[in-house]
Design a binder for this molecule. Sequence first.
Ligand SMILES: [Mg+2]
Length: 334
Amino acid sequence: MRLTYHTIDLKLKHPFRISRSVTELKKNVIVQIDEGVGEAAPSQYYGENADTVIEFLEKVKGQLGDDPFQIESILSNLDKKVSGNFSAKAAIDMALYDLVAKRLNLPLYKLLGLDGKAPLVTSYTIGIDTPEKMKEKTKQAKDFLVYKVKVGVENDVEMVKAVREVTDANIRVDANAGWSAEEALEKIDQLKEYRIEFVEQPVDPKDKAGLKKLKEKAGIPIIIDEQLMTSKDIPDFVGLCDGINIKLAKCGGIREALRMIHVARAHGLKVMLGCMIESSVGIAAAAHLGSLADFLDLDGNLLVSNDPYEGLRLDKGKYYLSDLPGLGIVAKQK
Ligand SMILES: [Mg+2]
């Protein structure tokens, strides 16, 4: 099999601010394995960027063999040879699944035995800004059924209040570890007035005592995201949260995401499928697994103004998977 790659520069429609960082341009790497396509959406927070992805791809590109149907052994060999590099591994994983499904002339969800017609309601993220601008962003994206509001800064209750003033839709919040446990309890208490569905990553994932306290006292579901990478990490958070946020770029791709979903279910946890800032390639790969999740947060492609791919249809806050073979994604005509 022949692996090639190129970088893409995704431009954010609005500077994307969360409690610890702001992003205006995101450099991702598109990987092609024969006719299969995948995307690496590296995150500096997890020690990856486009350069580390390319370094990884150069290291392993001659080691994939000739048979894409050997996804399990190809990917477990990569894991044995090189640790980490999850977004780079995810790109290879997605490209292999896309390739195999294309060879079998099946959309990916069918290859995986999944329901491709289940409603795929995604949240739309409102990044940190002035309350006025957050109101404006929410109004501009008025057809969504769920909004995810980034919090974890001083005036965040005011921000959520502002968003609530212009929508009756569901609101979730994500503090990206920006609160202490005590602060989280206070903020959550104040936020309840604005009908919050759940709180994602209220505190530092290392603060196990804080999480335990929140699980007992917050009275609202807590979802873990930061530093929860693969299925191996799930048992550490059992009893400390109500659900987990799985991202292909964080776990290494579709194969590991499926494993995580089953491990989470075995522990009675809710499953959220999330994303990084990425094009329709990475988003579609996750959307094919959408019927297995309780919550979808697949809006990375919607936050950018120059997605180079298309094929995943969005209508009134719900995705509709393409019935084209594989991921169902094609490059936009220039
Ligand atoms: Mg998150």
